[in-house]
Ligand binder design. Sequence first.
Ligand SMILES: *Cc1c(COP(=O)(O)O)cnc(C)c1O
Length: 446
Amino acid sequence: MHPSSAPTDLQASIIESLQSAKPTLWAGRGAKEQSTHDISPQQVQEAVLRFERFAPLLMKLFPELTASGGRIDSPLLQVPKMQQALQLPPEAGQLWLKADHSLPVAGSVKARGGVHEVLEYAENIALEHGLLADGDYLLLASDAARSVFAQYQVAVGSTGNLGLSIGVMASALGFKAAVHMSADAKEWKKQRLRARGVQVVEHTGDYAMAVAAGRALAEQDPHCHFVDDEHSLSLLLGYAAAAPHLVAQIKESKRAVDETHPLFVYIPCGVGGAPGGVALGLQQAFGPHVHCFFAEPVQSPCFIVEMLAGASALPGLEAHPSVYELGLNNQTEADGLAVPRASELAADVVRGFLGGVFTVEDETLFRHLYLLKNSEGLNIEPSAAAGFSGPRELLQSAAGQDYLQRQNLLAHLPNATHIVWTTGGLFVPDEEYVKFLQRGAALMAA
Ligand SMILES: *Cc1c(COP(=O)(O)O)cnc(C)c1O
């Protein structure tokens, strides 16, 4: 790093564009660079195996997992009508969608990271107390095991979806559960948690303040495990465990991923744990042939800001800046993405190979939410729509063209697979969803 170097013209123009809250693409070094993070494929594999060990128990605790044998996963769908609605020509490749908006148990991508961290904590406590002496995970549903778990608490700070996933999983196992929520968290999410016996603690500040308050309370209690969205490796590995199954789904779909068949993946980004974990897993599987792009609201581009700070492009700002320091307000309807400061862990993991990060206006989220319903009949929440502007940003912006050129991808675009990760929506109440849809319809008509 060169702390004293001045920003380049390109960096300066990106910062200017971010500050005026316009849709902006920042392109990274890209997949052809080798990543320097030190998370091994074995660590990701351990998370995969943990989910497998717990599958029989999860099937017992959650009847909706019967069909999948206790596996929490989502389909990979080709979405040709949405491709048409987005006016992406066939020469640009094929549009697919990873349907994490339909993930059982938590109704969002948080079912991956959040469930994994609670399972890891439960497994450690069970081992300590000799509850897994004969390796039968179904015994963890017994009264004896539950009365052990009841002595422990799991706490988390969340805008909503992480709280849902942690709260639901922890209370299903018999833990006490507390979710610290920010003022902008949706009322229905609080109600859903309270109905499960989860303690909801409301804070007046933003997401980062809810996390700080929750962390401070948990630190005083040795029987309390605080799930730290900004620093947790367990969360990140839970998200990364999505990759091996996606690799299998891509194979089943007969889509090639190699030198001449690039894979582009567009994932909504809050602190960066979910997209960071997924990108890590995919990078380990596909190496230089996968190009991951994160999507953020124009008022909450914390991950771009973190990437620029790492590249010393923000002189005068501290090393780990928030979006407020650019004069942005972190206000967005995408409540899952309303995060002022990125996870440094996620940033460090992906910095060496990330394709890029782009920002999206709230109005575009509602348009794309509406188009997806209209074209493919799929219901998602606003945060989950952020990835759909990705292909266009990449193909039409100067920074995107530059990336495609640098990575030698222009000639191979007709063979490309574009996967948009839809990250949440299953549990949005109908009356809320109808309002989203009407907003999208009005914007399309305008
Ligand atoms: C949390 C969330 C994300 C992003 O995950 P981070 O780990 O915060 O980056 C994306 N979409 C939805 C719907 C979410 O709830």
